[in-house]
Design a binder for this molecule. Sequence first.
Ligand SMILES: [Zn+2]
Length: 74
Amino acid sequence: MFSSRFMPCLECGASVDRTGTGGHECAPERRAEFQMFGLREEVAQLEAGIHRYLTTAAGRFASWLAAREVRGQI
Ligand SMILES: [Zn+2]
């Protein structure tokens, strides 16, 4: 038995009526926002990690190389 009639959708966080017959389709915007919210810690850490990496010698070289490639080689 389920204790609640409404359950949050695991994909988008919307409250879904489990007894409904229409089914549920995630709104793409809501789904993206919900998933970004769930990942906010990882996103923040990734950004910090990239900034840290770019201060290392290897990071400086990589960003120099990338900039060179973006400009279209020699
Ligand atoms: Zn959904």
